[in-house]
Design a protein around this ligand. Structure first.
Ligand code: MN
Length: 742
């Protein structure tokens, strides 16, 4: 026991010494004395406290101070604040104590860190927009608060191992949600990358392990590629007298993971994508920008550049301060390679961001983009009436481009692509929740499932038993997960619907003393704009088609006297008193083909060989069962009948048909000019109000042809349509053709 404590004391002392030794920005012994003083106070205050890992608590603030100093490059005030960052929160010490010992500045920073901690790290509090806002408010006090907070989070991520799984996932989720983007926004590239990788490691350990293994395995090949690529560049730049480093770094595990997920590609397709980086010590007396372009010129003399792939962040630095000249060139092995060219100073800003940016910023120099950004946030926050949510929206726009993070009611984080809806969220949680979703409470407001979500939203899905996905949900969903779940549900649903619809139709027909015969379908399929029974059943089952008017349709014209005449003429026993109806024939003695609403009283059938439509030149063939089959006069079957069974022919004449629709096919051809398809379908659907069943037009070599199947009431309507279609610009010919596959 005694020995253990001695070893711990030594470790703590070593840690402090490391801080003192590596404090690049400590000006003198006075600074070091202050750091040592901060350490003594913190060490005393945290005495006896241990972290979950078992090590003395003081090791944590010391580690945070080292990150702040060595990895971010901050100065003494930040180091002291980092050492003291947990004392007010966790011990008896007060802000007043800190202020008395170290002055106002350190006290303010520690106070800021304590406040964030109060709203942020408490387990009972789920991370939410308001907390996020409170954290950003500290930006207006001192940006160092955020930087130390990021260092604190980074160390917690590095030591996440000892926490229970549940906490690991929560902390890793918050890190990827807020801290990593914030680090990115402040230009702390290395910290951002490490946070992302660690977050992935704890959120998806299997993916993380698999990817790191693959990266390790491909390391050798990558090195060969880099060497092969670099050799001519090295000799060329040496000749030009440049002092430079050239390196090729693989992408971070997280960025590989992201690319694989977003572009849906395999590791093998992207593993050798990496950037070659050239960092040069600028020659004196020549602008850095000019030297960047000199190097660019040397490289593109060796490897041809890809047009349009120059990224010049030297002339216009990124908003987070990043400066670099990027180009993509064709490497020796026929592979595109990105090359980044930057000076030592630019590289330091790229790696360390904000702190380096401060270091290089000369007194009175112009504000950089980062300065402007921080200034604008300060201004926004200082506006007395500024809307916190509005501010957040704007801020978040900067942080998140392609991903949003939203919260479950319990505060768990769900990552979704930008533009995702509440429905996507529901399916992300569970397909059953998605399938039965009826609405969402977004930030406690009741909204429809197709509402688009924003980062930070808290979403609760309301479900109802018996709720089923509908076709339009396909448009509400954006994630692959949601879309495929909806597809599966709709498929199963359609099967059910067909059964239900079939039963409903049979029941209704039964009430009318009818059975679902072929003749019933011949009539009701077009009436309900369905091309086959399943489609009709499905429409009935889903409620798209109401059977309320079925009786109407089938019972209109119940006094069709023609049938009685027909029965008479066949000499069959008639059910009802038979009266001859003069209306059955026209004045030339032709049998009238009327539009009969009641299936039972339909006196004719349309032949399937030639699909006549009302208005066509037709002839009837009386069959043995008394039904008259109507053929077009030019139908080859009808011609056969005419020549062999002349006695069975009945001359017929159409009455006006306006209710039912009949399937007809037209063939079109013409010039495949812009807008021609649109004007054709517009004429059919808008001007003539005719339903189309299938459109089968193909363009090739500047011309188009094909067919359109339509539902028309009669031949007159069809002929009118054809006449109008021919008049359209680009349409050469339109004519009716037979439907062979009916
Ligand atoms: Mn801490």
């Amino acid at each position: 026991m005694e020995e253990k404590i001695i070893i711990e004391e030594e470790k703590i002392q070593e840690e402090l010494n490391a801080i003192l030794e590596h404090c690049g920005r400590c000006k003198d012994d006075k600074d070091k004395a202050l750091i040592t003083k901060a350490f003594r106070i913190a060490n005393e205050a945290h005495k006896g406290m241990r972290r979950k890992s078992g090590e003395p608590f003081i090791m944590h603030p010391l580690a945070v101070a080292r990150i702040v100093s060595e990895e971010i490059g901050m100065g003494v005030t930040s180091i002291i604040s980092a050492i003291l960052h947990d004392v007010v929160e966790d011990t008896e010490l007060t802000i007043e104590n800190i202020e008395n010992a170290f002055g106002k500045k350190v006290a303010t920073i520690v106070d800021g860190l304590t406040k964030i901690s109060g709203v942020f790290d408490k387990e009972s509090n789920s991370l939410q927009a308001e907390n996020f806002r409170k954290m950003l408010l500290t930006l207006s006090d001192d940006v160092r608060v955020i930087i130390i907070k990021l260092a604190d989070r980074l160390h917690n991520m590095r030591t996440l191992e000892s926490l229970p799984r549940r906490k690991q996932v929560k902390i890793a989720g918050e890190t990827i949600y807020l801290y990593a983007p914030l680090a990115h926004r402040l230009g702390l590239y290395n910290i951002k990358t490490e946070m992302e990788d660690l977050s992935l490691r704890y959120r998806y350990p299997e993916i993380y392990d698999e990817l790191s293994e693959k990266i390790a395995l491909s390391e050798k090949r990558r090195r060969q590629l880099i060497n092969h690529f670099s050799i001519p560049i090295i000799s060329r730049l040496n000749q030009s007298g440049f002092n430079f480093d050239i390196s090729g770094r693989s992408k971070s595990i997280y960025s590989i993971y992201q690319k694989m997920a977003q572009k849906n590609v395999s590791f093998e397709e992207i593993y050798d994508l990496f950037a070659i980086r050239i960092v040069f010590d600028p020659k004196p007396g020549i602008a850095e920008k000019t030297q960047c372009w000199d190097i660019y010129s040397s490289i593109t003399d060796i490897y041809p550049p890809k047009p349009d792939r120059i990224r010049d962040w030297v002339s216009t630095p990124k908003a987070n301060g990043y400066e670099s000249l990027h180009t993509t060139v064709m490497g020796p092995n026929g592979k595109w390679m990105e090359v980044q060219i930057r000076s030592r100073r630019m590289d330091e800003i790229a790696e360390r961001g904000f702190a380096a940016h401060w270091k290089y910023k000369a007194e009175g120099a112009q504000d950089t983009e980062l300065d402007k950004w921080i200034k604008s946030i300060r201004e926004m926050l200082e506006k007395p009436n500024s809307d916190a949510m509005e501010f957040l929206d704007e801020f978040k726009l900067n942080l998140f481009a392609s991903e949003i993070m939203v919260f479950t009611p319990k505060g768990n984080i769900i990552t979704l692509p930008a533009g995702a809806t509440a429905l996507d969220f529901a399916y992300e949680i569970h397909s059953e929740i998605g399938n039965s979703a009826i609405g969402a409470k977004i930030n406690h407001k009741l909204l429809p499932v197709n509402t688009r979500l924003s980062s930070g939203d808290q979403v609760e899905i309301l479900t109802a038993e018996g709720r089923k996905p509908t076709m339009e949900w396909n448009e509400f969903a954006t994630t692959v997960k949601a879309k495929s779940a909806i597809k599966t549900a709709l498929k199963a649903e359609r099967k059910d619907r067909i059964e239900v619809g079939k039963k409903m139709l049979e029941d209704q027909l039964k009430k009318l003393n009818l059975t679902p015969s072929g003749r019933v379908f011949k009539k009701i399929l077009p009436a309900y704009e369905s091309s086959n029974k399943d489609e009709l059943y499905s429409k009935i089952g889903s409620g798209m088609v109401s059977l309320d008017n079925l009786k109407d349709i089938l019972s209109k014209n119940t006094k069709n006297k023609w049938v009685r005449v027909w029965d008479l003429s066949l000499g069959r026993p008639a059910v009802k008193p038979k009266t001859v109806d003069e209306d059955a024939y026209d004045d030339k003695g032709r049998l009238l083909l009327k539009e009969n609403i009641n299936e039972n009283e339909q006196n004719y059938e349309l032949a399937s060989c030639c699909n006549p439509i009302p208005g066509d030149e037709v002839i009837g063939e009386r069959q043995d069962d008394g039904v008259i089959v109507i053929h077009r006069t030019d139908c080859s079957d009808a011609i056969k009948i005419m020549s062999s069974h002349g006695d069975q022919l009945v001359t017929v004449s159409w009455t006006q048909h306006k209710v039912f629709s009949y399937l007809a096919r037209i063939h079109l051809s013409g010039w495949d000019r812009f807008g021609v398809y649109n004007s054709i379908t517009n004429t059919i659907a808008q001007e003539f109000n005719i339903s189309m069943r299938t459109i089968n037009l193909h363009g090739h070599d500047g011309i188009f042809d094909g067919t359109i199947d339509l539902y028309v009431h009669n031949a007159t309507d069809l002929n009118n349509l054809i006449l109008n279609l021919v008049k359209l610009k680009g349409v050469e010919s339109v004519h009716r053709v037979e439907i062979k596959d009916q």
